[in-house]
Design a protein around this ligand. Structure first.
Ligand SMILES: Nc1ncnc2c1ncn2[C@@H]1O[C@H](COP(=O)(O)OP(=O)(O)OP(=O)(O)O)[C@@H](O)[C@H]1O
Length: 256
């Protein structure tokens, strides 16, 4: 393992003639925040989609805690301990905050979400455990207790993004993949989101891998940054290292 929870090695992905990723390798260290950045079209989302199983890789290997992920169908990967949030809010507006968060537990419920939703037999005990975890651990961790029984619609954007974080945490992931967690946020919301991500990594024995365009937030909160450009890794290191890397400066200047 060598201190790497997620290991991406030599991954290439092509869409027709477009090489979205070319021989990409990176390691995600446990209990740290790793960020993947890069100009538009650099391949960040494609990389997330390969790890999640939405896109196949043409070449390369991805292992999570030593387990070969590429050999595993997408719907089984979350059971290995990987959770993901998406760029656009995907909450059910008519449901309460607690109900939305509970949906993150669907693969934990052996009896199935439908059975749990209508409180059938054995599902009930499992469902009760999950509700307790939400009430005792997750809502306090993300300061969402006051919203517990409120409908999601009408809640501030920053709160809705926190509900998504909460939903991803219900399954007790070891790796949390965050797709543009700061997108559409104002300065205050970004600062709060950074604090919550740092808090959950520190308090939930969690590793975070995120992609975003917000340089200030990324530079402030990441332990390790990998920079992609045209599908290739052009730099990797601490925020200080990548910020002053000539190849990175060049890639971003070329974007303007
Ligand atoms: N499903 C797809 N079919 C065809 N081409 C795709 C597909 N997904 C991504 N691409 C192409 O792969 C390249 C990398 O795209 P990707 O979305 O991974 O970049 P990104 O770094 O996430 O960009 P952004 O920051 O704009 O979201 C782009 O040229 C894109 O057009």
């Amino acid at each position: 393992m060598g201190g790497t929870l997620l290991d991406i090695s030599g991954v290439s992905v092509a869409f027709g003639g477009i090489k979205a990723l070319s021989d990409v390798s990176l390691g995600v260290a446990p209990n740290k925040v790793t960020a993947v950045i890069g100009p538009n079209g650099a391949g960040k989302t494609t990389l997330f989609n390969v790890v999640s199983g939405f896109y196949p890789a043409n070449e390369g290997a991805v292992t999570f805690d030593g387990v070969d992920l590429l050999a595993m169908p997408a719907n089984r990967r979350s059971a290995t301990g990987i959770a993901r949030t998406f760029q656009n809010i995907a909450l059910f507006p008519g449901m309460t905050v607690a109900e939305n968060i509970k949906l993150g537990a669907h693969h934990l419920l052996r009896t199935g979400l439908l059975a749990a939703a209508i409180y059938l037999g054995p599902a009930r005990g499992e469902e009760r455990d999950i509700t307790r975890r939400i009430d005792e651990t997750i809502l306090p961790l993300l300061d969402l207790g006051e919203y517990r029984d409120r409908s999601v619609s009408g809640l501030p954007y920053g709160v809705q993004k926190r509900i998504e974080l909460a939903r991803a945490l219900v399954s007790r992931p070891r790796l949390l993949m965050l797709d543009e967690p700061f997108a559409g946020m104002n300065t205050n919301e970004k600062a709060r989101m950074s604090q919550y991500i740092a808090r959950i990594v520190a308090e939930s024995d969690l590793t975070a891998l995120l992609i975003d365009h917000d340089m200030d937030s990324i530079m402030t909160m990441s332990d390790h940054i990998v920079v992609l450009n045209f599908g290739r890794v052009i730099a990797a290191g601490t925020p200080e290292q990548v910020q002053t890397d000539p190849a990175v400066i060049e890639a971003y200047l070329g974007e303007e």
